[in-house]
Ligand binder design. Structure first.
Ligand SMILES: Cc1cc2nc3c(=O)[nH]c(=O)nc-3n(C[C@H](O)[C@H](O)[C@H](O)COP(=O)(O)OP(=O)(O)OC[C@H]3O[C@@H](n4cnc5c(N)ncnc54)[C@H](O)[C@@H]3O)c2cc1C
Length: 434
């Protein structure tokens, strides 16, 4: 069992749980940044190739940075992102209790361009041509690649009753941070005393398995302190809490959260704020319905959703898809044994960048990659818990498997954990975007 001291050693600083090689690479990166921010100082590794990356989130930003940082000037990297800046979903539950602003979660692409020479293109990729090795934007512009990395995060099923934009505005999921997060915050602050906040959790796999329970805790904590008699009801399609069960059960008891496992949503009536569930109707003053997930739509639209029609199967030595040579899928959009999480997307991105550079130079990917996952969960406005696990490649099952005894979680919530959470977040985002 991992102790907190070891967890912080692995995850708290800029290494984000890296191996020794990763640590020294990051140290070199920091050194390079203090010496020069010009790409002309990058090494010439002899590796040449054009890599296009779709999506500038946790996975896409990291893979673009490390392809240049490790690959040098011969590796031409184009990052295509539909938004001007990235809004982190990590920590976005703290916007709901007012302890963070949405602006504090935004990260631009300027560093990737100026420090690493990544070419940034604002646009939405609609078509992938695996034979001609090119992608086409909605604008019609085409970009050719030798290797393509697809990191579009998740998309959501449309539940019956939520087909229109007007209905979705009344029942935000806020499971991708942005305008919906702010809208949900405004709905919470508008709740009356004695009001009811109902949230629903879809069946796994979902991004950030502890995230919904964390949200229930921070919202209930805010309501307890600001709206007398108000309460949170959690309807979970899963049979039990998916992660950090003891921390969340403690949090639920502390805040009076009503937790109902095994309840799924049939339909939503946005006009009356009523959920039709597998156990009858549930009404609230605010509904927060998190719909079932699938990979970002560019995956299925281009025939890459070979895992249950929702996700991409990948070889975890390189994250190359099983069905389209030269196309790699990382982060939430891939189907692996690792959790869908930003920390893991960052780790997968580094394994993928390393594999692509080896493949571009005629070598095989590293046969034994390691990754780790870490997550901090606020339980109140000033305390948090944490969870971590390391993964190693298992050549028999050809999957990433938890390293025995590497898994650990906080014995209890604490202020100390909350402070460490902020450090971890700064380090993780710096490793991906700075
Ligand atoms: C409330 C909440 C709390 C969370 N807390 C944690 C946590 O504590 N720890 C943790 O590790 N993870 C956490 N996560 C999960 C984490 O946010 C995701 O797992 C992570 O963002 C996945 O990274 P990604 O790169 O796959 O996708 P994303 O980060 O979502 O990035 C995808 C990017 O692709 C872009 N894009 C999509 N399609 C296209 C296209 N066709 N063309 C151009 N651009 C496109 C999008 O605009 C987006 O910028 C949390 C999530 C939520 C919702």
């Amino acid at each position: 069992m991992v102790k907190r001291r070891d967890f912080i050693k692995w995850t708290g600083a800029a290494g984000i749980g890296l191996t020794a090689a990763g640590w020294s690479a990051l140290a070199a990166a920091d050194d390079r940044r203090t010496r020069t921010a010009t790409t002309s100082a990058f090494p010439t590794t002899g590796i040449k190739g054009r890599v296009v990356v779709i999506g500038g989130g946790m996975g896409g930003a990291t893979v673009a940075k490390y392809l240049r940082f490790w690959g040098g000037t011969g590796v031409d990297v184009t990052l295509i992102e539909r938004d001007s800046a990235y809004t982190s979903s990590i920590m976005s539950n703290l916007v709901l209790n007012g302890s963070r602003t949405i602006n504090s979660l935004q990260f631009g692409y300027g560093n990737l361009a100026s420090r690493y020479g990544v070419k940034i293109v604002k646009g939405e990729v609609v078509t992938i041509d695996p034979v001609g090795r090119a992608v086409t934007l909605a604008s019609g512009t085409r970009y050719a690649y030798d290797r393509l990395v697809v990191a579009p995060g998740v998309d959501f099923d449309v539940l019956p009753g939520l087909e229109t934009a007007a209905a979705q505005a009344k029942v935000p999921h806020a499971w991708t941070a942005g305008p919906q997060t702010t809208a949900l915050r405004n709905m919470i602050t508008a709740m009356p005393a004695g009001g009811v906040f109902v949230m629903s959790i879809p069946a796994k796999p979902i991004r950030c398995p502890p995230g919904p329970y964390e949200r229930a805790c921070v919202v209930a904590d805010w309501l307890k302190r600001n709206r007398s008699g108000a309460k949170v009801i959690v309807l979970d399609a899963n049979a039990s809490i998916m992660a950090e069960e003891h921390s969340f059960l403690e949090g639920f008891a502390l805040h009076g959260v009503e937790y109902r496992p095994g309840v799924s949503i049939n339909s939503v009536d946005a006009a009356t704020l009523t959920l039709n569930t597998s156990e009858g109707n549930v009404r609230g003053n605010v509904l927060n319905v998190i719909p079932p997930h699938r990979a970002g739509k560019v995956i299925a639209a281009n025939g890459l959703a070979d895992a249950g029609g929702r996700w991409s199967n990948v070889d975890v030595l390189s994250y190359e898809t099983r069905i389209a040579p030269g196309i790699h899928v990382i982060g939430d959009a891939s189907a692996t044994t690792q959790p869908k999480a930003g920390h893991i997307a960052n780790q997968e991105a580094k394994v993928c960048a390393d594999a692509i550079l080896r493949l571009l130079s005629g070598r095989a990917p590293d046969p034994s990659p390691h990754t780790n996952s870490a997550c901090y969960s606020p339980i109140t406005f000033e305390t948090a818990s944490w969870l971590t696990v390391n993964f190693a490649y298992d050549p028999v099952s050809k999957t990433m498997q938890p390293v025995p005894a590497s898994a650990g979680e906080a014995a209890t919530r604490s202020k100390d954990n909350f402070e460490e959470m902020n450090k971890w977040f700064t380090a993780l985002m710096g490793d991906s975007f700075a």
